[in-house]
Design a protein around this ligand. Structure first.
Ligand code: AMP
Ligand code: MG
Length: 327
């Protein structure tokens, strides 16, 4: 059985926490001015900065470890002005940062698979980031095809049940260790996460993407009708959805295939951290056919179609309904 070492979860937590600090700083300084111009540059700077920071930390702490992350430095190398801005932000946390170092950290031990690798989404939910809404930094460790630990940094996720966590939180889990949430300063006691106990499909709260192009809106409506769910689906960007599900704030998360991209395969960095947080909180995750997620097929989940994640009790009913709507 593949397991994790306590220093790895400490590393992942501390790294994600610092990456969150960095992107919050970037958001504060850059997003306001850009929004009016529909300019995506703040999220570009934040994306590269967060990935460079994680690559830097890996190079210091686990120099042999591999990384599968969303970005690479090619575009940045052709855009010196943006590279300069990214470097300037990283220097606030890593004094020795210089443009060549930043690009090398972004590409740190880049691989497309293997027995042991970290996987990172530096900014998941880029639209949410620009809107000042939900986004997440997602870091996970995959060993022998199994996610062994994951951290979701969710700077804007309020946990209503615990007002002291209202300025965002880190959600984290490791195999057989449970799922936990702690404030972004890591100053309080972590609290254990548990999925909702609701078993009645009529009571199920459904989480889905805000982007219609990332799902199949028509099938979600049919699904909700079939399940006789009374609540409106909750639309939210990013893997923050998994944190809500793991905390008992919803029962079902759907990633259906968009009719425009029926062959889309989920990226591993979009699912790895969220999936272990959910499973360790008592939830269940599969693809739309009920198959377990296969993290051995490179950068994408080539052997899976879409995602169904639930509090576990509602999984069989949800799978049956998905079959009926032809998802
Ligand atoms: P969400 O915030 O739930 O809309 O998910 C954001 C993630 O969706 C991004 O990080 C993308 O990697 C991923 N994505 C991009 N295109 C698609 C697509 N056609 N179907 C599903 N997910 C997609
Ligand atoms: Mg993403």
């Amino acid at each position: 059985m593949t397991t994790f070492h306590p220093h790895e979860i400490q590393f992942a937590l501390e790294t994600t926490r610092q990456a969150v600090n960095l992107v919050q700083m970037i958001q504060k300084e850059l997003v306001g001015e850009a929004l009016t111009k529909e300019d995506r540059s703040p999220v570009t700077v934040a994306d590269f900065a967060a990935q460079a920071y994680v690559g830097y930390r890996l190079s210091q702490v686990y120099p042999e470890d591999k990384l599968i992350a969303e970005e690479d430095s090619a575009r940045l190398k052709n855009d010196p002005a943006t590279l300069e801005r990214v470097t300037h932000f990283i220097q606030r946390q890593v004094e020795l940062a210089a443009p060549e170092k930043v690009t090398s950290w972004i590409d740190h031990n880049r691989v497309d698979g293997g027995d042991r690798f970290w996987t990172l989404d530096p900014i998941d939910g880029t639209k949410g980031f620009l809107r000042g809404d939900q986004y997440a930094i997602a870091l996970a460790l995959v060993v022998n095809g199994q996610v062994v630990l994951g951290v979701l940094g969710c700077p804007h996720l309020n946990l209503a049940a615990k007002p002291s966590l209202n300025s965002g939180a880190l959600f984290y889990a490791a195999r057989d260790y449970g799922a936990w949430a702690i404030d972004l300063q890591m100053s309080q006691t972590a609290r254990r996460l548990k999925t909702s106990g609701r078993t009645d499909p009529a009571q199920a709260r459904i989480l889905r993407s805000l982007e219609s192009g990332h799902t199949n809106t028509g099938q979600i409506d049919e699904f909700a009708t079939l399940m006789n769910t009374q609540a409106e689906p909750v639309r939210m960007d990013s893997q923050a959805k998994y944190a809500v599900l793991a905390s008992g704030g919803a029962e079902i998360l759907l990633r259906l295939l968009s009719p425009n991209q029926p062959n889309y395969r989920e990226k591993i960095w979009d699912q790895a951290a969220g999936s272990i947080v959910l499973v360790e909180a008592g939830g269940q995750i599969s693809d739309l056919d009920g198959k377990p997620l296969d993290f051995t097929s490179g950068r994408s989940l080539h052997n899976n179609r879409g995602i169904l994640a639930t509090n576990s009790q509602l999984h069989p009913a949800a799978l049956a309904a998905l079959r009926q709507v032809g998802a």
